[in-house]
Design a protein around this ligand. Structure first.
Ligand code: ADP
Ligand code: ZN
Length: 360
């Protein structure tokens, strides 16, 4: 399946399918990726033993010069010090303005490699090979970044990839918890934008959890399409794009306070979506919003309650101080119905607190 992400300044394709990794070089040739300058593949130490060799061999056999950089898996690799090291290796390997950076991995690798590509010589081409379900989300929108000890994703840029090559067969080696958590963001795309896709997600949980390739293709295609549509209407995040934050106001707060025994992003926003759905009902929208949101999370084995060890005061505190969601008042994405979202400001803190207290 192929999807074109169409943006103001340019557009790029996302290819989704089983076995794409076996034809990597065909896609590189088709899109005229430069073969005179060396390419750099960035990946992490979980993914490297599984897929790196295949990618390198395919590219080398087709005449590309390739170098690699393997980071330790995990968020801590999204740092300026890692960026500096990668830049050193890139210079030693002779990368130049016409070189491309290839991100082979999930969100961490995509964000890091994307920011390397955005900053190296003021920006070189970037190709994404996502290996997680969650990465469907970060492969659209062009947001790339590293973290600062004081704030996540605070040093970054907008840098669109040349193309995204999504091989669904790579998802089979994902840990089960990562699969479920990755599906959470896909479910979100249905809930905020497309009632039919939301219903499809309700009906196809078993198939998706079993990583049936046709179902995965369909779901990833739809998730990317919805995100692409929202982003192309609002590339720099002024209005519409904020609906993508459905579940993230409470979700981010939960991630922030669950330092130990950490919730995965997808798990935290699953709980956050249930909370935001409940809030929507409290604000007068149909009861089914809450019922359906809760039931879809259950079907996917995602958490729907705030873990008991997390403290409500701390959650509220984190929410009120989250720069992304507060401008003196907490900003929520509310569902008017399944498939229809809007932004609401100025919701009473007492009401939000009540919702959070009852999310246990
Ligand atoms: P995301 O933000 O997309 O969930 P991460 O980069 O945080 O992605 O990856 C989640 C975890 O899964 C990391 O430990 C990573 O090394 C691992 N991982 C990523 N892709 C695969 C894969 N296809 N098979 C096995 N493990 C993977
Ligand atoms: Zn998210």
């Amino acid at each position: 399946k192929q999807l074109i992400v169409d943006l103001d300044d340019r557009s790029y394709p996302i290819y989704i399918g089983e076995g794409i990794l076996d034809q990597i070089s065909t896609f590189f040739r088709k899109h005229q990726i430069n073969d005179q300058s060396p390419l750099m593949i960035i990946t992490d130490d979980n993914i490297a033993p599984l897929y790196l060799k295949k990618v390198i061999v395919s590219l080398q056999e087709s005449g590309y010069k390739v170098c690699e950089y393997i980071v330790p898996a995990g968020e801590s690799s999204k740092s300026l010090s890692v960026l500096e090291k990668i830049t050193g290796v890139a210079l030693d390997a002779g990368l130049d303005r016409k070189s491309s950076i290839v991100a082979l991995g999930g969100g961490v690798v995509g964000d890091l490699a994307g920011f390397v590509a955005a900053s190296f010589m003021r920006g070189i081409p970037f190709i994404q090979i996502p290996t997680t379900i969650l990465a469907h989300d970060s492969s659209v929108g062009g947001k790339v970044a590293v973290n600062h000890p004081k704030a996540k994703n605070i040093i970054g840029a907008f840098h669109q990839p040349q193309m995204v090559l999504y091989d669904t067969s790579t998802l089979r080696t994902l840990p089960e918890r990562e699969i479920k958590a990755g599906l959470s963001e896909l479910i979100k795309h249905g809930l905020i934008w497309d009632a039919k896709f939301a219903e499809w997600n309700q009906l196809n949980a078993e198939k998706l959890l079993a990583l049936d390739s046709e179902s995965l293709e369909y779901a990833l295609y739809n998730g990317c399409k919805i995100k692409a549509h929202v982003v192309s209407e609002d590339e720099r995040e002024n209005g519409l794009r904020a609906i993508l934050n459905f579940g993230h106001t409470i979700g981010h707060a939960l991630e922030a306070v669950s330092q130990y025994n950490k919730l995965l992003h997808g798990e935290a926003i699953a709980i956050g979506m249930v909370g935001a759905a409940k809030l929507s009902v409290h604000l007068g929208y149909p009861q089914r919003i809450y019922k359906e949101t809760k039931s879809v999370m259950k079907k996917y084995g995602l958490p729907i309650q705030i873990p008991n060890h997390l403290n409500v005061d701390e959650i509220m505190e984190a929410m009120l101080h989250d720069k992304k969601f507060s401008e003196g008042q907490v900003v929520f994405t509310i569902l008017k119905d399944i498939g229809e979202a809007h932004i609401q400001r100025g919701i009473s803190i007492d009401l939000i607190r009540e919702i959070v207290e009852n999310l246990r």
